[in-house]
Ligand binder design. Sequence first.
Ligand SMILES: [Zn+2]
Length: 273
Amino acid sequence: MKLFDAHCHLQDDALFPDLGNVMLRAAAAGVEKIAVCLDFSKPLKKEDEFFQGLEKSEAIYSMIGIHPWFVGCRAGAVTPPESAIMDRGCNWRERFQRLEKLLLDFPMVGIGETGLDFQEKFTNRAEQEASFAAHLDLACELNRPIAVHCVKAWGRLIEILREHPAPRVLLHAFGGAPELIPELIELNCWFSFCGNVTNPNAKRVRASAAAVPAARLLIETDSPDFPPAGCELPNEPANLIHVARAVAELRGVSVEAFAEATFLNAIQVFGAI
Ligand SMILES: [Zn+2]
């Protein structure tokens, strides 16, 4: 059985120092492909060991974008580490100008993560929307997949996707209601589920995971966060099997058939490498 982790962050300090072992455990657990959403927290230089590794790896699909949490200084935000302030804390426009070049210079398959997070603690909605629209336009122009984060912003997300259509939109850690699914499919969306689907109390997520048409379904770990029930932090791609088992059970299919179908769906979204 082979699995495709459609969204995670291997560059995160919680995983990066032990990346070799993280990758070995992923391979041992059947996770053959991993989509990694990079940000600007690591130096993005070709000579950097991490990027040299990416270029050689047949397991990793890398993407890059500006997360909605980091489009601008946020009220109540934890101060990022000193070295990251310039690159992650402020001025998404300056970073965005570097995106297109990075996409072309590095072996990046796609864009993200971008999106909208309208939890009350984030007061920069206009900047988030402008950044999201810019990422979508670039995905359309370059015909690349795009990974999208959406929390409490489904109405605006749909409006912006209509105004800025993109060819392949991956809604990561999908937490929207089942009723939204048909409209989002028309907007070229795929739906990716993570560890929270293993929680029996996550009723809405579980209802959506059961309702998404099989051809639009993906699974992810969103490592290093959101470990499935029974797993510890940091989360890692090897834990993907728990997500696969939970969603397969909800849908009444075998985990083997489910793994194969979601693997092929992910190849459709990201392309073959
Ligand atoms: Zn993420």
